[in-house]
Design a binder for this molecule. Structure first.
Ligand SMILES: [Zn+2]
Length: 268
């Protein structure tokens, strides 16, 4: 895996990183660019900025696909530019960013902890609830929120003139979707809305290789099956169904925990 930019549409790039297998997007217009996600620390963001400067010297706007650390803890280095995000993304970073930092530090190997300790946690300053449109140096880019899914605040970035969709972690390649903050009952419906409304066959997941519409559709179908299994398990118990899920058991347990909270109406 190299960390060079790959052009996946006219002046639309993706950079896939070894760290967390994270994808960052870059949309380049005439005198402006858009950066999709900022990586997990100042160190990683500095590396990203250096890479952006090999492509364009234009000023940037930033969008966070959601409030998880691996996508937004690099934000501070992109200031004072505008950082866009869902309104709940900003709230979550402001209210729970420190909690997230503590959890991440607990999981990281010793050598990387300092990197997260030094992060100045920075929330988006430009927020929206369902849709926003940006002018990126003459190019129209749509930011959309289609509902609950991988998180409460997933933002999809659509570049219609290039047929590219940056799906954030609503779509995941190379690993099962991540359910820890998810809404498993809504997720397939949200992905379906995204696929129905956005044009383009190039879909960039938050992690892993760039995929096409068929891949995203297959993942939507699997998520729908998973939601159905979770609904059944809520009634019948999990024991007989745990192996019917398409995931390893630890992932299944995370699905169940989140789905049951939803089905018990403890999550909004
Ligand atoms: Zn995430």
């Amino acid at each position: 895996m190299n960390e060079r930019w790959r052009e996946i549409g006219d002046r639309v790039y993706v950079r896939r990183h070894r760290s967390f297998d994270l994808n960052v997007g870059l949309v380049v217009g005439d005198d402006h660019c858009l950066v999709i996600d900022t990586r997990m620390s100042h160190r990683e963001a500095a590396d990203l900025i250096e890479a952006i400067r090999t492509v364009t010297s234009s000023p940037w706007t930033v969008v966070n696909s959601h409030a998880h650390f691996d996508h937004c803890f690099g934000n501070a280095l992109f200031r004072p530019a505008e950082i866009w995000g869902h309104v709940r993304c900003a709230e979550e970073i402001e209210d729970y960013g420190e909690q997230q930092r503590a959890a991440v530090i607990g999981r990281l190997p010793e050598a990387r902890r300092k990197e997260v300790e030094e992060v100045s946690i920075t929330a988006p300053d430009q927020t929206f609830t369902t849709a926003a449109t940006l002018d990126v140096g003459g190019r129209t880019v749509h930011l959309r929120h289609f509902g609950l899914g991988h998180s409460s605040n997933d933002v999809v970035t659509h570049v219609p003139d290039a047929g590219v969709v940056f799906a954030g972690d609503l779509v995941e390649e190379g690993a099962p979707p991540a359910f820890s903050d998810s809404y498993p009952i809504d997720w397939p419906v949200t992905t379906a809305a995204m696929l129905a409304e956005l044009t383009g066959d190039v879909i960039v997941p938050g992690h892993g290789r760039v995929v096409d519409r068929a891949f995203a559709e297959e993942q939507r179908a699997e998520l729908a099956e998973v939601a159905d299994l979770a609904r059944r398990a809520h009634v019948e118990g999990l024991r007989g169904l745990v192996h019917a899920f398409p995931y390893p058991e630890d992932v299944t347990h995370q699905v169940i925990e989140r789905a049951f909270l939803q089905l018990d109406a403890q999550l909004t």
